[in-house]
Design a protein around this ligand. Structure first.
Ligand code: VGL
Ligand code: ZN
Length: 204
């Protein structure tokens, strides 16, 4: 079984949003065409409380995109984004949502960030996504969404660690930084993941 995993296609990561990813909106028409080519569609949603420690605003004297440590892990400090219950945390209204069977929220623990859809960055807690997918008989995961160098990347690494055959749909992701994406891309390939185009999926 093949699952499409849609990562954080939320207003705050789209142009005009609090942590906008350049061209993030361009993936949406592509993503919307993918649903019928896979057996199962699942989405993740970044979902932070206001006191989340990944927000620069919760660290005195710190600005967005500076770094610090959280629970001993390096942490980029972000602008406030994807606040629980706000329109910035909503999925884009352009996103086809009818086939999304489950939504996994992450980033709810204020003490630690959570890029992957599977675990927080310190692996303190699982979201249950891996067991959910295994329970559905999924063996292959196709990733699309935002941002390619953070949440897509971390989700791809965990998908590989969890033993799924893992494909990143390169034309259906966009990154915060081009250099970050280059590093992520190489690492995913080294770990045995595959980088493909969505058109490759239409031919399968
Ligand atoms: C993300 C930074 C902070 C992402 C989420 O979805 O890639 N990036 N929170
Ligand atoms: Zn976040």
């Amino acid at each position: 079984m093949k699952a499409l995993l849609l990562i954080d296609i939320q207003n705050d990561f789209l142009p005009g949003g609090a942590l906008a990813v350049a061209e993030g909106d361009q993936i949406i028409p592509i993503v919307n065409q993918l649903h019928d080519h896979l057996d199962l569609v699942v989405a993740t949603q970044d979902w932070h409380p206001a006191d989340h420690k990944s927000f620069a605003s919760n660290h005195e004297g710190k600005n967005p995109f500076e770094t610090t440590e959280l629970l001993g892990l390096p942490q980029v400090l972000w602008p406030d984004h994807c606040l629980q219950g706000t329109s910035g945390a909503d999925f884009s209204s352009e996103l086809e949502s009818r086939r999304i069977e489950a939504i996994f929220r992450k980033g709810t623990n204020p003490e630690i960030d959570s890029y992957s859809g599977f675990y927080d960055n310190g692996r303190l807690k699982s979201t249950g996504l891996a067991d959910y997918l295994r329970g559905k008989g999924v063996t292959q995961i196709y990733l699309a969404g935002l941002a390619a160098d953070y949440c897509v990347y971390y989700s791809a690494k965990d998908a590989l660690d969890e033993g799924f055959e893992t494909f990143v749909l390169e034309d259906a992701v966009r990154a915060i930084s081009p250099e970050g994406y280059e590093t992520a891309r190489k690492d995913i390939l080294e770990r045995g993941g595959k980088i493909i185009q969505s058109s490759d999926l239409f031919l399968r």
